[in-house]
Ligand binder design. Structure first.
Ligand code: AVI
Length: 312
């Protein structure tokens, strides 16, 4: 059975078995995004309580002329992630690049969204790259001589603990090179009640997104985790400046995954995601620690979300 598992499933199995056996049980957040998880995240972005997506989109729309004034025309835009049907066109329409390079590990999704963009921008050279942007990879040929602009919206940087966020920023810098620019979205610190509501919506969509991780374990790894014995929990960690998602056992449970047995007492938790929130100085310091000098910053009127332009 094991020999037939693909690399992704083997990596998932390794992370789940090691994560659940750890003294503080935790599973990396990247495993939340199978097909179902990605659909549920899409639903989350439309929830009234989940302000980041709509705030960032409106902000990009509003400030794009100012962003464009600080960026060279005819550049290559390298987006870390497959690109969003709403945010990416705002940038492409605003700055008229010569090439657009979306980078994502999910080949099917990447190719589909790249084809949509190519239809919308027939004169733009769209070059999708299937790669895990958390690891080293090469840019495609043909970008020589073009100024390079990295695009990392969505506050995805917040899902990395600061030491790995700065490593990732440094990797972007190495990839894009001297004199490149980075346009990055970061969610701001705010009232804790609003933060918690954004990650624990009354309709239970975020709960379903979190619990889907256990369903995925059962589906892909043949586990017998009693999903109904776990509850979604979103909590603010003040010391770490982050929202944490957990799955908390509501009763004593025992289950098996691939022949390995796990016992969780009522109240024990599995940590499934971090979403760090930054004040203005924290955000700028993190960029500096990652090798990027902030040169301009825009926020919405409530200062809920920031879009920062930095240069290498
Ligand atoms: C993808 N990422 C930026 C989202 C966030 O807000 O941290 C993931 C998410 N998790 C629960 N709701 C949204």
């Amino acid at each position: 059975m094991l020999a037939t598992l693909d690399d992704q499933t083997l990596a998932f199995r390794k992370d789940v078995l090691a994560g659940l056996a750890a003294p503080v049980p935790a599973i990396p957040a990247r495993w939340l995004y199978d097909r179902r998880g990605s659909e549920l995240f899409d639903d989350i972005t439309r929830l009234p309580e989940y302000y980041p997506t709509r705030t960032e989109t409106a902000l990009l729309q509003q400030v794009m002329p100012q962003v464009a004034a600080r960026l060279p025309a005819g550049a290559a835009v390298i987006e870390f992630g497959a690109g969003s049907a709403t945010k990416t066109p705002i940038l492409l329409k605003g700055i008229h690049p010569a090439a657009y390079v979306p980078v994502d590990i999910s080949g099917d999704y990447l190719r589909a969204s790249a084809a949509d963009l190519q239809r919308e921008f027939p004169n733009l050279e769209v070059i999708p790259v299937v790669a895990d942007f958390m690891r080293k990879f090469d840019l495609p040929g043909g970008l020589d001589g073009l100024p390079r602009i990295g695009f990392f919206p969505g506050s995805t940087i917040g899902n990395f603990v600061p030491w790995s966020a700065t490593n990732l920023l440094r990797q972007f810098r190495d990839l894009l090179g001297d004199r490149s620019k980075l346009l990055i979205g970061m969610d701001r610190l705010k009232d804790v009640d609003r933060l918690v509501a954004a990650y624990d919506d009354p309709r239970g969509v975020t709960a379903e997104f979190n619990l889907n991780l256990l369903e995925r374990i059962n589906r892909e790894l043949g586990g017998d985790v009693p999903v109904d014995a776990f509850a979604h929990d979103a909590r603010w960690n003040e010391m770490m400046s982050r929202i944490e998602m957990h799955l908390v056992a509501t009763r004593d449970v025992t289950f098996e995954i691939d022949g390995q047995r796990f016992d969780f007492a009522a109240g024990a938790s599995i940590h499934t995601e971090n979403s760090h929130k930054y004040g203005p100085n924290g955000a700028r310091l993190m960029l500096l620690a990652g090798g990027w000098t902030p040169i301009a910053e825009w926020t919405d009127r409530q200062e809920d979300f920031a879009v920062i332009l930095a240069e290498a």
